[in-house]
Design a protein. Sequence first.
Length: 125
Amino acid sequence: MEEVMFFNDGDVRVTTTRLIIGPHTYAMSNITSVQTVEVPPPYGGPFFLFGLSIFFLIWALWNPVMWLFVLGSIGLCIYWGAVQKSTYVLVLTTASGEQQALRSEDSSYLLRVELAVVDAIVARG
């Protein structure tokens, strides 16, 4: 069987026989399924800052100058939480388990890689 290229973009190549991601090569015959998973951003930092702001809000009841600090830190919490982006992971299922093969913030790029891997699995039969 001749090796057919399904996807080629820099460090990522998908053919009927292998999936190459940077220095790692996966045999297509070992891949049973592929999926893209969304990993939400960690919101621990904004929540911690918000809790600290609430603590200082209690102090601000007796110190009017602290209101500026409290309002600024709450605004920073909202901004920090809003600018965080989800990360997307290409997960390969093989006989040895699941492996996170590729990570990106661009979901459309990972979707193209996922579809190429699915096409390669189908082409193998």
